[in-house]
Ligand binder design. Structure first.
Ligand SMILES: Cc1ncc(COP(=O)(O)O)c(C=O)c1O
Length: 392
């Protein structure tokens, strides 16, 4: 990877240190231009006319995402964010009283809230699979929990609140062996790790555009395996997702676009395709290697500082680095860094009640690296940290 060239093509690298890639990655100049030039075209010739003129770029997005995750273009729906993608899949499943949902401790808050809602409305049981000693989902515990009432295995691949990578492939082996629907929230992993839906064995996978993929905000996608499509009726339908065939009947589309709506953010959709293609061209193996190298070296630097604790768990770790500094509220640490043009964020227990709360963590500072970050930026971040103290 030519890091200097990649940084030159990333306007956000110029005057700040961006370590909030798990919040939103920095768009490349090419992605940015693809979005703005479509918006300009809409303004100049009209929104419908611009969409017609850009059919090729719009359709390219499905190919690019399909290539990114090893799917077929008909299995991809492009929607406005990862939450909507996940909801369209999850709320399309038909639960009955007594069904069991198995999930992970690191599960994303919105997904957990949805499970709890289904527990209330349908009487399902929501069960959190314990972690193994490394802090990732224990695949042997998962296997032991399986019975005929398990309707869904839904797991977050990489959590928002730490560097953990859950063992998605091994989980998929269990799901396949027992024929259980497997929904993988890959919001934080797409764009930083190689993802192959066939290897993972998931039926459904969701992701956002703006994080490690470096796409525009307000974009996301759902992968729905072809074998799943006919069983999964979207919770909402419109005239794009279905056709009104006679005054009393309708027919749902055959492909994954049944999860989309007619109106969409075309400029964002085009930008998402450009970002996805850029990731594929760079190579996800190389991206993971670079991101993991930077994150590991940041963890090592942090651990040399007195009073700094690193909180990332799991056997395999990614670009998200979480830590606390003794005697300093994580929010104040983030503000202090922000004042020096260093972007980090804070993960709070409200967003990860099954994970941070049992570990006694109210909040952690989250520094998430991307391939365009450099070792010298990591040094500068560490130098800008407050000194640990006993006070809080
Ligand atoms: C693991 C995980 N899942 C889902 C989401 C939701 O993504 P979006 O904001 O695009 O809906 C996030 C966002 O931070 C996340 O970290």
């Amino acid at each position: 990877m030519d890091i200097e060239a990649l940084r030159r093509d990333t306007p956000g690298c110029v005057d700040r240190i961006h370590l909030n890639n798990a919040g939103a990655g920095l768009m490349s100049r090419q992605t940015l231009e693809s979005v703005t030039s479509h918006l300009e075209l809409e303004a100049r010739i009209g929104g419908y006319e611009a969409a017609a003129a850009a059919t090729e770029q719009i359709e390219h997005t499905y190919d690019a995402i399909a290539q990114l995750v090893g799917a077929d273009r008909d299995e991809i729906a492009v929607v406005e964010n990862a939450t909507r993608a996940w909801d369209m899949a999850y709320y399309g499943l038909r639960f009955q009283q007594g069904d069991r949902i198995l999930t992970a401790r690191a599960e994303y808050a919105s997904n957990a809230i949805a499970f709890l809602q289904t527990a209330r409305t349908h009487g399902v049981s929501v069960e959190v699979v314990p972690d193994d000693e490394s802090g990732q989902l224990s695949v042997s515990a998962l296997r032991e929990m399986i019975d005929e009432r398990v309707k869904l295995i839904a797991v977050t691949h990489v959590p928002t609140q730490g560097g953990l990578v859950n063992p998605a492939v091994a989980i998929g082996e269990v799901a396949r062996e027992f024929g259980i629907t497997y929904l993988l929230d890959a919001c934080q992993s797409v764009g930083q790790l190689p993802i192959d839906v066939a290897e993972i064995g998931c039926d459904l996978l969701t992701a956002t555009g703006r994080k490690y993929l470096r796409g525009p905000r307000g974009t996301g996608f759902l992968y729905c395996a072809r074998s799943m499509l006919e069983h999964l009726e979207p919770p909402f339908l419109d005239l794009h997702a279905a056709t009104w065939t006679t005054p009393d009947t309708y027919r749902v589309r055959d492909d994954a676009r049944r999860f989309e709506t007619w109106e969409t953010y075309y400029a964002g959709k085009i930008g998402l395709g450009v970002a996805a293609s850029a990731a594929v061209d760079l190579g996800l193996d190389s991206i993971e290697q670079r991101v993991t190298h930077l994150a590991d070296s940041l963890r090592r630097r942090l651990l040399t500082r007195p009073g700094v604790l690193v909180h990332d768990q799991g056997d395999r770790r990614c670009g998200i680095v979480t830590f606390t500094v003794d005697g300093h509220d994580p929010h104040r640490v983030a503000e202090q860094l922000q004042a020096q043009r260093i972007n980090v964020s804070v993960s709070i227990a409200d967003y990860a009640r099954w994970d941070l709360e049992p570990r006694g963590l109210d909040a952690v500072v989250r520094a998430s690296v991307h391939y365009y970050n450099t070792d010298s930026e990591l040094d500068r971040m560490c130098d800008a940290l407050p000194k640990a103290s006993a006070r809080r």
